[in-house]
Structures are given as structure tokens and as C-alpha cells.
Ligand binder design. Structure first.
Ligand SMILES: Cc1cc2nc3c(=O)[nH]c(=O)nc-3n(C[C@H](O)[C@H](O)[C@H](O)COP(=O)(O)O)c2cc1C
Length: 207
């Protein structure tokens, strides 16, 4: 008997830290999505959040290709996914492909932070989705060149990640035991001492 979606949400929640936005601790990446469509107004809100991310020179280099299940864009994104991701992502009602422009519009110079900016916008998107009760699961496991070809994405755009979006489903709806185990496992993170430094590999002294 596996845990229910509600029980899993409790288990996935990171321990609260006073003053940290609760949504940061409650967002997590399920693989099981409910068979429930996403209100287009809510979908617009997640992109509205992405819109207001900071970016170098305010270039806003991100572009998102969005597919609703049953549509041509959805099929193109889905077809680019690795089989292991297809196995669970097929339950997601929305698939999003994030790409980013690698040259600045004002002078055509290379933008070495294009992917960084796409990542920032994508993080806003995932947190806004969580605030609306929507789940997201980002994926690097897809063929970027297949996606480029099917969408005719120009060469001066770098392909980022795919994001599955929808309402969280029940863990026992997943197609194999490995996915179920991952779905009900607690989330793990490194302590701050392993990534906040004052000199290389030396933990910064924080409060
Ligand atoms: C850029 C990126 C690529 C990812 N690629 C995959 C993937 O291809 N397949 C998958 O199942 N999960 C993928 N994940 C999900 C991560 O495994 C997950 O975010 C991580 O384990 C932390 O779990 P949490 O999001 O529930 O906190 C990816 C996440 C990110 C941010």
C-alpha cells in the first residue's frame, strides 16, 4: 500500500525555516499527474511569473514553447523525450520547452548567461505553479536537436529543459515500482556549508 498524494506532499515538504518563503519548501517534482486539465488562466499566470525574472541587460532571452495534451506542440515535445521520461510524463496535461537566445539584441554580442536567465525564469515559473497548486517536473532527458528540428528553432537559441506541468496525481498510478519509490522518497539537499563559501571549499560563516 503506497502513500496517497496528500501524504506524499507532507513527506516531501522541507523543514520550515523561519522567514523563508513556504512555497520554496513545499515545491517538489512529482512524476504522477492527475487526469485534470489546467485552467488557461492559471497557465498564463505561471508565464507571467517567469516574465518578471531578472536577466542580463533585461534581455529576457527565454522563450517557452507550450503544448497542451492532444495538440501538435505537445506531440513534438513529447516525441523528443527519452523513453524513461515518456513513461511518466505522458500523464502530464502540459509540456513546456524552454529555450534561450544566445546573442544580445542590442549589439549581437554573445550572451554567456542566456541559460542562466532561462533557469531563473523557469524557477519563477515552477514556484508560481506551486503557489497555484500545480506541480512541475523539469527534464534534461530529451533530445534537444530533435526538438530544435521539429519546432524549427533557430541556431542562435540554446535549448534548455522540458517542464511537465499539471496537478499532482496518486503515486500508485505510476507505471513502475522504481517511479513509485522515487515518488515517496524524502527530498535530500546538501547543507549550506557545502555550497556557500568564503574561500574555495571553505564554508562561509553564516548566522
Ligand atoms: C534541469 C533539470 C533537469 C532534470 N532532468 C530530469 C529528467 O530528465 N528526468 C527526471 O525524472 N527528473 C529530472 N529532473 C528532476 C530532478 O531530479 C529533481 O528536481 C531533483 O531530484 C530534486 O527534486 P525536487 O525537484 O522534488 O526537489 C531534472 C531537474 C532539473 C532542474
Amino acid at each position: 500500500m503506497t502513500l496517497s498524494a496528500t501524504e506524499v506532499n507532507e513527506l516531501k515538504k522541507a523543514p520550515a525555516v523561519e522567514g523563508v518563503l513556504p512555497i520554496v519548501h513545499t515545491r517538489w517534482s512529482p512524476r504522477s499527474f492527475a487526469d485534470r486539465p489546467v485552467d488557461p488562466a492559471d497557465l498564463a499566470k505561471v508565464f507571467e511569473a517567469a516574465r518578471w525574472a531578472a536577466s542580463s541587460y533585461n534581455e529576457q532571452p527565454w522563450r517557452f514553447l507550450v503544448g497542451v495534451r492532444g495538440s501538435e506542440p505537445y506531440r513534438k515535445i513529447f516525441d523528443s523525450l527519452m523513453p524513461l521520461n515518456q513513461a511518466w510524463a505522458k500523464s502530464a496535461p502540459i509540456l513546456i520547452l524552454g529555450v534561450s537566445k544566445t546573442k544580445f539584441s542590442h549589439n549581437d554580442a554573445p550572451n554567456r548567461v542566456a541559460l542562466y536567465d532561462l533557469g531563473a525564469a523557469s524557477s519563477y515559473l515552477t514556484l508560481q505553479a506551486a503557489a497555484l497548486g500545480l506541480a512541475t517536473h523539469q527534464m534534461a532527458g530529451f533530445d534537444p536537436e530533435a526538438a530544435r528540428k521539429s519546432f524549427e528553432i533557430p541556431e542562435n537559441y540554446i535549448i534548455g529543459a522540458v517542464i511537465a506541468l499539471g496537478y499532482q496525481g496518486e503515486p500508485d498510478a505510476l507505471p513502475n515500482p522504481q517511479f513509485v519509490n522515487q515518488e515517496v522518497a524524502p527530498r535530500q539537499r546538501k547543507p549550506l556549508s557545502q555550497f556557500v563559501f568564503s574561500a574555495w571549499d571553505t564554508p562561509a560563516k553564516l548566522a
